[in-house]
Design a protein. Sequence first.
Length: 616
Amino acid sequence: MGSRSRWSWLVFLTVALLLTSMAASGSQSKSLYWDRFDVNIQVLSNGDFIVEEVQAITFTSGSFHFGYRTIPLDRVEAISDVEVWEGQRQYEQGYGESPYTFTTYTDEGDLNIKWYFPYTSNTSHTFIIRYRVQGGLRYYDGGDQLYWKAVYSDRQFPVYESTVTVSLPPGATADPVAAYGTAASVQGQGTEQIVFTAQETIDPGQEFEVRVQFPHGIVQGTKPEWQVAYDRKAQYGPIVGLLMGLLGAMLAIGGPVGLLLLWYLRGRDPQVALPATYLKEPPSDAPPGLAGTLVDEKADMQDIIATLVDLSRRGYMVIEEQRSGLRIFGGAAYDFVFRRTAKSTADLLPYEKLLLTRLFGGRRSRRMSALKNKFYRDIPKIKKALYEETVRRGYFRSSPDKVRSRYAQAGVGIFILSGILGFCVSCSLMEYSAASVCPAIGLGLLGAATFIIGQVMPAKTRQGAEEAARWRAFKRYLENIEKYTDIKEATDQFEKYLPYAIAFGIDRSWVKKFARVEQQGLAHVPVPLWYLPYGMHRPGHMANMVSGSGGKGVGMPSLQQVSDGMSSGLQGMSDGLISMLNSAGSILSSSPGGSGSGGRSAATPHGEHAASQPPH
């Protein structure tokens, strides 16, 4: 494209933008005002009334081509015989935008009258809008009534003067009369003709409504349907609103209070005395996964990982660390192989046996990465077996998971019922009072409260409460071991109580405390015999484990000794172990299309990578 052509396009775009800006500026600067907005209403003997609006308008800036009037139809039966005049010229009804024509149409329950005239600006015009209103009167034994918003509020410009004249049929007397929205004087009260005169400028958004009452029976007519509904709402609306408001409050406040009372009576654990501030040893033979489920009443991934590590510690399997290369940002990438030993599973609890069976699937070894997006299908079965074991041991009367599920289902059901009720109310009672939705809202809040409170409704038996109290005392010891004992003399507890630390969710601090002891050279931490670090070969270890001896005949080297030649301290040896604990939960719980986060099982200290040392 040549330079001249580019300049031509630039000039064209500039001119177009200027014209658009001028047009927008012109449309925004349009203004007018009503010199007068007078309304004459003639009530007919058949119950209809004729409305004549005389609008004297001065267009002060901008160009105008049409005017419009919007009349709500919610309190009339019909509007007909529409006429538009300007002086002696009557506009013709049409469907285009030709000058001196008008059109009518309904939109969202309103009648719209739109009339067109030649483009004009800085001039004054007087338009007369005339129409017949059918079914617009209200009929009562004490007197029939005319209510009419003579000057509507949907305006952007002021009305400086306005007079509303209401003429009644012969023999009718107007009493009482009133004006609303605008201060006005009234003349002719008690006669057939009443004149309301505005005493102030009617600002944009301000309305001028009049009311005239006259003796019943002067005009012929019956209550229109809209009046029947209006009177019914006026009569029953306050009662319906009060009742629905009270019912909603009872459901929204009384329902949750009742649920709290139910929890107090049936959901609380029995109150038991603490056996001691802390316990240095496990208080019973409950395995780590079972103890973790008892304490927090939830069978989760940390209980499953704790069971996996405990089964390894007890000689049912061995975990072998392997390296699968280097990560993009440095450090080694780990994978792990689970190897089944020959030890019999006859003495295992059902959930432990199920975990081993599902983990290996009949194989003698299984790579952890191969379980990704597969093992998640077995997790619900293992959790269910854990819950069943708590019931079998008498810790709970029924499975905590089933209790929570029942309340969750009830909460969802109540919430759905609130939606159905809300829909039914909106179809039937909403015309009486907006407060009719209160029961539905209260029911929805009750459903939410049922769902939330239901999560804490599982209650332990007295035996379960006493057992949980003892396990919490042991957990307190693990959390503050350095407070209750000399940690450098308790290094044998690192591997022994590691599964419990995992089950209680305190494995991060557990690993860091023992790592600090070894890094400071205060003591050596024994290496778990069931874990084989990368490049580590222990003579006779695998043979002993596979034969079912659990490696008892093998001396237990320290973490420092094992890590010699690889790196120094606990961090060097334990990187792989910690990586296994970190990744096991997410890998085992991962599902196709899911996030794969199944809960934390172990964690690396802040600021450290799980694999910070590449193999030498």
